[in-house]
Write a protein that binds this ligand. Structure first.
Ligand SMILES: Cc1cc2nc3c(=O)[nH]c(=O)nc-3n(C[C@H](O)[C@H](O)[C@H](O)COP(=O)(O)OP(=O)(O)OC[C@H]3O[C@@H](n4cnc5c(N)ncnc54)[C@H](O)[C@@H]3O)c2cc1C
Length: 391
């Protein structure tokens, strides 16, 4: 008698969920029945939002039908997951159905919560959603000069370099439009420096100074007053703006809250090495949905996926786990003028970013172009780091 295939359900068809599902299908073949659940059925390449906001790309380039990215034997259910019952091994779906699973991967990403900061929705723009990036593009087209403030309305947020990249790219954009001398750009940083990672701040701050981009430190956004055109910080400062661009606060998905699996902000308590969720031996988390103290980024999900796939495969096969996640992250950071730097680090090794140069800029463009043919399918060979003492 042959054993029944293991039922593996992946919630979320973003970077992490898609790659994990494809790797599981490759590793387990007929030994597993893999189902991806996603409410949109579309896979979105979010790094492209920056280019949309600055008029360098249109939305069509950024979204693909999720079905075309999944291996043929992976089933796609286009529906929103509403609840997880870890004990019964069930996922509740929006239209009332349920899915039974033996192993569950939570890759539901982060959600933007606009209403947690007074005045944010009415008074500011953002480039963290496709619709927001398209609105910002139109606003920038109408912009004829003035004070632009760019800030962060809550920590943690995905892609920590994005606001810094945005100010550099915006500076270039205004120069090309011939309105740079009539415009003031200021980055409002919640920290004592431009960027979370100290080494990276040391590299990029001189570039900001050279481009005349202002920096206000210790500015944790508290509220926006659209009528007065001001934004206030928890530290008690208030600044005026003509155009305000804020990264909206993030939290975990409603489903995580409703299932009682997350912390107070909806992030999943995740083991930093095995990626197991809490005490649930058959549930794994990855990408933006976790509470791990590392960047919420596509590359994080990319490097975690082989670990999740390998760990579940070991459980299905009854073998000892072979891999751990070592905290690996890799992010490009555009500094304008055709140059970029790169942040590569893991739990043990902080990044030492190179001076911005043309090679990293070219590498980012290459990655943008190759993304659809490589990352979701696992074609960029990423070995799950084999670690000492995997357990
Ligand atoms: C402007 C911008 C620039 C960025 N630039 C970079 C960059 O240069 N490099 C980089 O590495 N990262 C970058 N990122 C971050 C990157 O896009 C995210 O970190 C990455 O997409 C996270 O992957 P994920 O699989 O965890 O979540 P996502 O890719 O967000 O996917 C989550 C999926 O879960 C689905 N979902 C949500 N709720 C449910 C539910 N209830 N049931 C089922 N499915 C659900 C969603 O529909 C979505 O498809 C950027 C992000 C932004 C916004």
């Amino acid at each position: 008698m042959t054993a029944m295939p293991a039922r593996i359900t992946v919630l979320g068809g973003g970077v992490g969920g898609t790659l994990a599902a494809n790797l599981l299908s490759k590793e387990l073949g007929r030994d597993a029945k893999i189902t991806v659940v996603d409410p949109t059925g579309m896979h979105v390449y979010q790094p492209g939002f920056l280019y949309v906001a600055l008029g360098q790309a249109n939305g069509r380039w950024l979204a693909r039908d999720e079905r075309t990215l999944l291996r043929g034997d992976v089933e796609l259910v286009v529906e929103q997951a509403m609840s997880v019952d870890p004990d019964a091994g069930l996922v509740g779906l929006e239209r009332g159905g349920t899915l039974e699973w033996d192993y569950l991967v939570l890759a539901t990403g982060a959600r933007l919560v606009y209403d947690s900061v007074p005045g944010l929705s009415e008074g500011s723009h953002e480039f963290y959603s496709l619709a927001g990036a398209q609105r910002l593009r139109e606003e920038l087209r109408r912009f004829r000069g003035g004070r632009i403030r760019v800030g962060i309305a809550g920590i943690p947020y995905k892609c920590p370099p994005a606001p810094v990249e945005f100010v550099f790219m915006l500076e270039e954009y205004l120069r090309h439009r011939g309105i740079r001398d009539r415009s003031e750009i200021t980055l409002l940083s919640p920290l004592n420096r431009a960027f979370t990672i100290e080494n990276a701040s040391k590299v990029i701050q001189p570039f900001m100074e050279a481009r005349g981009i202002g920096l206000t430190t210790f500015f944790n956004v508290e509220s926006v007053d659209p009528a007065a055109g001001t934004v206030s910080s928890l530290e008690g400062e208030k600044t005026e703006y003509d155009l305000l661009v804020l990264v909206p606060p993030h939290r975990g998905q409603q489903l995580i809250d409703d299932s009682g699996l997350g912390d107070a902000s909806g992030w999943l308590p995740t083991d930093r090495r095995s990626l197991q969720v809490g005490e649930h031996e058959r549930i794994f988390a990855m990408g933006d949905a976790t509470d791990l103290p590392i960047s919420k980024s596509g590359s994080t999900a990319h490097f975690e996926a082989p670990v999740v796939a390998s760990r579940i495969s070991s459980l299905v096969r009854g073998t000892a786990p072979r891999t751990n996640y070592g905290g690996r992250v890799m992010c490009f950071l555009e500094t304008g003028g055709g140059k970029a730097t790169a942040l590569r680090f893991d739990y043990e090794h902080p990044p030492t970013p190179p001076q911005p140069n043309r090679v990293w800029h070219a590498a980012k463009w290459m990655f943008n172009r190759l993304y659809w043919q490589t990352v979701p399918q696992g074609r960029i060979p990423e070995r799950a780091p084999k670690e000492r003492g995997a357990a």
